[in-house]
Design a protein around this ligand. Sequence first.
Ligand SMILES: Nc1nc2c(ncn2[C@@H]2O[C@H](COP(=O)(O)OP(=O)(O)O)[C@@H](O)[C@H]2O)c(=O)[nH]1
Ligand SMILES: [Mg+2]
Length: 307
Amino acid sequence: MFDTLSDRLEKVFAGLRGKGRLSEADIDATCREIRIALLEADVNLVVVRAFIASIKQRAMGEEVSRALNPAQQVVKIVNEELIAILGGETRRLRFAKTAPTVILLAGLQGSGKTTLAGKLATWLKAQNHTPLLVACDLQRPNAVTQLQIVARQAGADVFAPEPGNGVGDPVAVARAGVEHARRSMHDIVIVDTAGRLGIDTEMMRQAADIRDAVEPDEILFVVDAMIGQDAVSTAEAFRDGVGFSGVVLSKLDGDARGGAALSVRHVTGEPILFASTGEKLTDFDVFHPERMASRILGMGDMLTLIE
Ligand SMILES: Nc1nc2c(ncn2[C@@H]2O[C@H](COP(=O)(O)OP(=O)(O)O)[C@@H](O)[C@H]2O)c(=O)[nH]1
Ligand SMILES: [Mg+2]
């Protein structure tokens, strides 16, 4: 992911190499090329506009005209604005004042929720937490078994009183799961939920009912970075239908153009907390906007390139 975008940006900046003062025409041309690179990477148009507007405004200003190396200053600005679009600071998981912390996972079918439950459990266990995974996807065939398998791999406990495959009330399971965690001294509850292939009102209502039943400390919207522009409309639907406090980008290891990853924060206003980069439970990490921006810009290369 992001390879094409990185390559294109590298070419844009290479074009600035050796330039002393940047004319307004230089800056215009550079912004135009950055704009094309972002659109080709499938970044949402609203995000592209906001991004280009801030770059242009800053590039025309004093920080560039007075810089010893104006071209380098432009790269620095692009880097900073990219970090800002990705959310600025790293946003950590919020824990409840009184345990258990309840984390609700929401998202379309196939977005990676059940896998994420296992990844989060692995990650939390490494920090001496005692997560409990609660099986509230009672729709998707074998979803309960799948959760039991990832839980076993993570060495975490599961609460799965219903067989699923269409049997059982997910709201009751969620409520009982939190109760069970309280009694059994699990300090974190991860609630796996059902998704559909498309956005649908019944699924939204079910997720909202589970939310009301367990009052989560975090609602994580899991989005498959491979779905491109649809990520934005899906995110908006989940924001309006269920609401969420954070985003998890999954399948960042894929070869999609990455625009979704670059758009979802700005469009929803909610931070990206984690990134998933593979099917293994360890293919997962906290999302750092700064590192992601550096990766996209290949900062080391980029700065030497224009020196
Ligand atoms: N390549 C890749 N595959 C993933 C990732 N996360 C999940 N998957 C796969 O995507 C598919 C759907 O994941 P699942 O957790 O069942 O999605 P759910 O329907 O939202 O619970 C499974 O085959 C997972 O192995 C990821 O970060 N990278
Ligand atoms: Mg699932």
